[in-house]
Design a protein. Structure first.
Length: 132
């Protein structure tokens, strides 16, 4: 089974060439809000965290961020992508443990409808957007 490995902010640039194709793949579904350079900067500045689904090379990536609302702290799965099928329930379970240790009360995932099939034990909220 592959492991989920957190990448310290000072090592992000070292692994960036390996993960860039996965970041770009995830951003194809983002609606043009972010570029890969924006993600890199946010990782290096510690605004977000990079996780690798690792075997010999990164088979997948997850980018998280901590959002602090007035009444609770939330770990947000901001981006996720994989080269081959990944059991995201197990991998996100690893992030849940990390998020609890950070004092988060919940974890939320921003993504496409397909995530509902992959994570049947998660509740769904609907976010509607409209281009202006």
């Amino acid at each position: 089974m592959s492991a989920l490995i957190g990448v310290p902010h000072h090592l992000v640039r070292r692994v960036w060439p390996m993960v860039l194709p996965l970041v770009e793949s995830a951003l194809r579904h983002d609606g043009g809000r972010w570029s890969a350079t924006d993600i890199l900067r946010s990782l290096e500045s510690r605004d977000r965290q990079l996780w690798l689904v690792e075997e010999e090379r990164p088979d997948g990536i997850v980018v998280t961020e901590i959002s602090i609302y007035p009444r609770r702290k939330t770990c947000v799965v901001f981006l996720a992508a994989g080269r081959r099928p990944v059991d995201w329930r197990d991998r996100l379970g690893d992030i849940e443990c990390w998020a609890r240790a950070q004092g988060c009360a919940e974890i939320e995932l921003h993504g496409r409808k397909g995530w509902r099939r992959a994570l049947p034990d998660w509740s769904a909220r609907t976010v509607l957007t409209k281009e202006l």
